[in-house]
Design a protein around this ligand. Structure first.
Ligand SMILES: Nc1ncnc2c1ncn2[C@@H]1O[C@H](COP(=O)(O)OP(=O)(O)OP(=O)(O)O)[C@@H](O)[C@H]1O
Length: 776
């Protein structure tokens, strides 16, 4: 047993036969010719067996540090130790020289070990030196120790190898470690080969594809899958794109050529390039701005709508002046000529979309309609960023593509139906599109290049103004479509709808044609088969009529003159009844006028009372404001019961129910106040409401009648429903001027300040005194 200086070797194992160089300061005071014990140490824990090493000369490392060279000579186990004067640990060491009988088993292990290591060396690309080193080792124990050189074998395993004193066991362990190492190297190699062969396959495919394309070109067949880089180059050149777009396209093209043709990415890049080049970058329509000619176009396409046409012609005239006077477009943006967007607001089927088309025609521009109904997501307008799976450009880009020019008329249809939710606010994107200060550099998220929208003329349509988002409404110049009178509908049917339906049924119209229609027949269709503000149903009814006539003519009858009999024969029983006579025959029902998204309409408000303590029950999907109107109506009636001749008992222990048909349509607004009060008073006094009267107006608790909106639409609806006495708030008197003269001539208006005046007009006189008792 010898006492040796203990030298810790952190996270490393020095085997006998290895030489290491360690800074002298770490080794301690030793002289050449002495021995030390090198012990592996990991996180402060020493291994049980170390390596006895000879100390040779000190050397100077290139960095100036003095170092000691140590060569392992054998294994040694550390026994008890002591700290010397220098503070160094010295331990008693029991040496364990390798001692083995080389039997058959050892020989077999040796041979296998050598074979495995040779394979390892080959895989690692050994240059022969490793093999030579291995051949130079003769002793089986030393042979096993060569596993200690392998960098792939972990520290723990090396410590076990050093600690295995029995040579045969050590050789077995070393063989296992080398086998594992070999297996790992083989897996890595095959992985690498797979990757390499895959790449080679792709390259091969790429070359084949290019050849295929060349062959196709030679045969004059277009390349089937969207084109090669060269095709795109040609397209970019043809498209006459602005510089910034060309740069972007070229960047993408370079990317396309770098990625393999087969990869998913290349098809994405193709889709992108196709979209980018689908925009009509260099296409413009030559604009015509002659107001007289424009008026001609508008008149030819549409009957009536005089004020709408006036406004549009004004708009065009201003535009023309600005252009001729050279008002700088840069400064103001070209839409700023009007500063705002013309917005056509009105019930369905009143010709908003079709007049938009006429505007485009009058200006000599392309027309596209972009429906915004139900758009809740900003991305629908602006597109998705390309990082999204399945990303596409937004509707504006698509609209431009469909238009085929960069200066079309784009009709933003149904702006009142734009909603917002967590996916973002589409109206914010619309605002940017419509803002002349911003829209010359609109950026679609998908295309991600600047698009100049300043040459586009935007028009918008909406059914109702209340639901247009406020900031958008600020930018709009509203033109209202209030719906047509019966005479206007007859004219539209005669001049536009019927001739179109006749043509589409394969017939000829006109004096010498298959079909001629009299005015009275058309009036019958309008008043008894349709009930609407616009002309959709009318158009459909005429379609049905002409198809039936076509069938008759095809089966041999001669020309047909459409009169009321023909209408009744083909359209069947009357569809729309003037209901008010029937509905208001009983007390408790009053005829109101309302404006819904379908235009003006009449509605019958019903009141009933019954024993119970539920107070006021309301049905018919009423909004909060309408519910409040009903409470106000009931409170006013209660507080004026005596004047109205209603006994106080009529209220005691009673519940009231007010219903506003049609129950399925949500409604709101204060304008039904007077109608509700009238229905309640009618119920409680037993005086029926006159069947010729229709009313509208907001009611206050004091019984005053406040003004409301939509007078013209309401009056037209009442007129169409056959009502003649129209009760409106006094303060809406001025609005009655908007009612077409021919309609107004058939009506009697009753502007009213208070609900008492309304009741005087609306209720039949109390003829039967017993009615009071019945109501009570
Ligand atoms: N004044 C008119 N003169 C001639 N045709 C008309 C007139 N008004 C409407 N029409 C015709 O009625 C049909 C319906 O009109 P259009 O589709 O433009 O209605 P809209 O107001 O846009 O309805 P929506 O609000 O539902 O979009 C069209 O075929 C249109 O040509």
């Amino acid at each position: 047993m010898t006492e040796l200086l203990l030298v810790p070797v952190d996270d490393n194992v020095v085997f006998p036969g290895m030489t290491v160089v360690i800074p002298a300061a770490e080794v301690g005071p030793v002289e050449a010719g002495e021995q030390v014990l090198l012990v592996p140490r990991h996180e402060g824990t020493f291994a049980g067996v170390g390596t006895v090493a000879d100390v040779s000369e000190r050397t100077r490392l290139p960095n100036g540090v003095t170092a000691v060279q140590l060569t392992g000579v054998g294994r040694g186990r550390a026994g008890s130790g002591r700290t010397d004067d220098d503070g160094r640990l010295r331990v008693d060491v029991t040496e364990h020289p390798d001692a083995v009988e080389r039997d058959g088993r050892i020989r077999e292990l040796e041979t296998t070990y050598r074979a495995v290591v040779e394979e390892v060396l080959e895989l690692r690309g050994d240059d022969g030196r490793g093999a030579a080193f291995l051949r130079g080792i003769d002793e089986p124990g030393a042979l096993a120790d060569t596993a200690g050189w392998a960098p792939e074998i972990p520290y723990d395993e090396k410590v076990s190898l050093l600690g295995t004193l029995d040579v045969r066991e050590r050789l077995e362990l070393a063989l296992r470690l080398q086998r594992e190492r070999l297996a790992e190297l083989q897996v890595r190699k095959s992985l690498r080969e797979d990757v390499e062969s895959g790449a080679a396959k792709q390259q091969r495919e790429y070359v084949l594809r290019r050849q295929l394309e060349a062959i196709r070109k030679e045969l004059g067949e277009g390349s089937g899958d969207g084109g090669s880089g060269d095709d795109y180059r040609a397209k970019i050149a043809e498209a006459g794109v602005p510089d910034h777009v060309r740069e972007q396209a070229e960047r993408e093209l370079a990317r396309l050529e770098r990625t393999g043709e087969q990869s998913g990415e290349s098809s994405m890049i193709r889709t992108y390039l196709d979209w980018l080049l689908a925009l009509p970058w260099s296409q413009r329509s030559e604009e015509q701005l002659d107001p007289t000619a424009a008026r001609g176009v508008l008149d030819a396409d549409h009957t009536g709508l005089e004020d709408v046409k006036d406004r549009i012609v004004e708009y065009l005239a201003v535009r023309k002046l600005r252009r001729d006077r050279g008002v700088e477009e840069d400064k103001l943006g070209s839409n700023s000529g009007q500063g705002t967007i013309l917005t056509l607001v009105g019930p369905p089927g009143t010709g908003k979309t079709s007049i938009g088309e006429s505007v485009a025609r009058a200006m000599g521009r392309q027309f596209v309609r972009m429906s915004l109904g139900g758009v809740r997501d900003e991305a629908e307008i602006r597109g998705h960023r390309r990082t999204y799976v399945g990303a596409l450009p937004g509707r504006l880009v698509r609209a431009l593509r469909d238009a085929g020019t960069m200066n079309p008329v784009i009709l933003l249809d149904e702006v009142d139906k734009v909603g917002a939710d967590w996916r973002g606010d589409p109206s914010a994107a619309l605002l940017e599109v419509l803002d002349p200060a911003q829209n010359h550099a609109f950026r679609d998220h998908y295309l991600d290049v600047e698009i100049d929208l300043s040459q586009v003329v935007f028009l918008a349509t909406a059914n109702q103004m209340d639901t247009i988002p406020g900031p958008l409404l600020d930018r709009m110049e509203v033109i209202s479509f209030d719906g047509y009178t019966v005479e206007e509908k007859v004219a539209i049917a005669r001049d536009h709808l019927l001739p179109r339906q006749i043509a589409s049924a394969g017939l000829t119209g006109g004096p010498d044609g298959d079909v001629t229609a009299g005015e009275s027949a058309l009036r019958l269709v309008v008043s008894e088969y349709t009930r609407e503000s616009g002309v959709r149903q009318l158009d459909r009814s005429l379609g049905k009529l002409t198809r039936k006539i076509a069938t008759e003519i095809a089966s041999g009858s001669g020309t047909v003159v459409v009169d009321t009999d023909v209408v009744r024969r083909h359209l069947g029983r009357q569809k729309v009844f003037t209901e008010s006579v029937e509905r208001t025959a009983v007390p408790g029902v009053a005829t109101g006028m309302a404006v819904t998204s379908a235009g003006g309409d009449v509605l019958f408000i019903e009141a009933a009372s019954m024993t119970g303590d539920e107070g006021l029950v309301l049905t018919g999907q009423l909004g909060d404001v309408m519910k409040e109107s009903a409470r106000i109506a009931l409170s006013w009636v209660r507080s004026h019961a005596a004047e109205l001749g209603i006994a106080e008992e009529a209220f005691a222990g009673k519940s009231f129910h007010v219903h506003v048909p049609a129950g399925a349509i949500p409604k709101d607004g204060p304008s039904a106040g007077v109608t509700m009060a009238t229905a309640l008073v009618s119920l409680l006094t037993g005086r029926p409401v006159r069947h010729t009267v229709a009313m509208t107006g907001e009611l206050t608790l004091q019984g005053r009648v406040l003004p409301i909106g939509g007078v013209k639409q309401k009056v037209l609806a009442a007129h169409a429903a056959g009502l003649t006495q129209i009760v409106v708030p006094e303060r809406n008197r001025a609005d009655l001027d908007d009612v077409p003269a021919d309609v107004a001539a058939q009506l009697q208006f009753h502007p009213s300040m208070t609900i008492t005046e309304v009741l005087d007009t609306a209720l039949e006189p109390a003829t039967d005194p017993a009615a009071l008792e019945v109501a009570a």
